[in-house]
Design a protein around this ligand. Structure first.
Ligand SMILES: NC(=O)c1ccc[n+]([C@@H]2O[C@H](COP(=O)([O-])OP(=O)(O)OC[C@H]3O[C@@H](n4cnc5c(N)ncnc54)[C@H](OP(=O)(O)O)[C@@H]3O)[C@@H](O)[C@H]2O)c1
Length: 297
């Protein structure tokens, strides 16, 4: 099996390099051209030519325009990378008879209520990033290509920056932290996303009727405030010297950002767990593992 991985150095892409490697020949690209292959999703012609040259059995697209606030002003670029590039991938995947594996987000939803979102719920994004991700999903589904789309939420990886690392840094510098308490979701590790992707690819090869749209997140739920408290409690319990003495809950309204955020980021993952016979661990186990790596504990 030949797999073309796009976005190899993102949080999820990095972990996919590991989890996809045992499945077959892996050609992994970032946005830079290498050996006449173009992984820049804003270059639609280059992307099409690259897929035609590689002729993969599976495309895994971990590349995306993920700068949520910047997407409010760079709308064209966000639309090209998150929408039109998916259209190109989907068309080429369909004509090859290949599979397209893609990632989307809970930001396709309005964020209203407190019920975990199901795959069948209506989309109603509240910011441009969400709008561009909906466009990508719809292009893939409309193309008729064989696909898996995983909507995930609150992603983190051990590589690069993440929310937990930011909280640890601030907790060393400040006595008081203010963290949003009315947005609720499930922190989901890039390693879990990558592992589920590899397991799902293996299964759809045998059972193509499992193709479709799935919600993929760790189990349980927490607010950003609860997440920050978990991180800081863990660090203190493991001997980290922190300046912080209080973590104050604040509402989203008190922390204005260029892009609105949905309050309810809960994803119902029943369909994924049932169709693929998978267990999704609780968010604490993944976060604790990541903290042990980050803090070397
Ligand atoms: N992280 C989350 O909280 C979260 C939540 C829900 C859904 N998702 C989805 O999960 C998927 C993986 O995201 P992630 O968490 O791994 O995000 P990430 O760490 O921001 O990675 C995105 C990758 O896409 C690359 N990229 C951006 N523009 C590109 C372009 N024009 N051409 C090629 N590559 C480009 C980035 O490369 P550079 O580093 O060179 O810019 C980066 O390596 C995305 O579809 C995202 O929408 C993420």
């Amino acid at each position: 099996m030949k797999i073309l991985l796009l976005g190899k150095n993102g949080q999820v892409g990095w972990e996919l390099q590991r989890s996809l490697a045992p499945l077959g020949e892996l050609i992994a690209l970032d946005r830079h051209a290498v050996d006449g292959l173009f992984g820049d999703l804003s270059d639609l012609d280059g992307l099409r030519a690259t897929i035609r040259q590689v002729k993969p059995d599976v495309i895994v697209n971990a590349a995306a325009y993920t700068a949520v606030d910047k997407a409010e002003s760079e709308t064209e670029l966000a639309d090209r990378v998150n929408g039109q590039a998916c259209q190109v991938m989907a068309e080429e995947t369909a004509s090859l008879g290949a599979w397209l594996i893609h990632y989307s987000t809970d930001y396709v939803f309005s964020g209203q209520g407190s019920t975990p979102w199901q795959e069948t719920d209506a989309v109603a994004p509240v910011n441009h990033y969400g709008i561009s991700k909906v466009a990508g999903e719809q292009a893939i589904i409309a193309s008729g290509c064989k696909h898996l789309i995983f909507r995930t939420s609150w992603g983190y990886g051990t590589r690069g920056n993440n929310f937990a690392k930011t909280m640890l840094r601030l907790a060393k510098e400040q006595e008081t932290l203010s963290v949003i308490s009315d947005q609720v979701g499930a922190p989901t590790g890039a390693d879990l996303i990558a592992d589920v992707t590899a397991l799902a690819i293996q299964q759809v090869m045998q059972r193509p009727e499992l193709a479709g749209l799935y919600h993929l997140a760790a189990s349980g739920e927490v607010s950003w405030h609860g997440y920050a408290s978990h991180v800081i409690d863990f660090a203190q319990a493991n001997g980290e010297q922190l300046a912080v003495t209080a973590i104050n809950p604040i509402e989203t309204i008190a922390y204005p950002t260029p892009a609105r955020r949905p309050l309810n980021s809960r994803l119902n993952t029943q369909k994924l767990r049932d169709n693929f016979s998978l267990h999704l661990p609780d968010w604490q186990s993944g976060v604790t593992r990541m903290l042990r790596e980050v803090l070397n504990k």
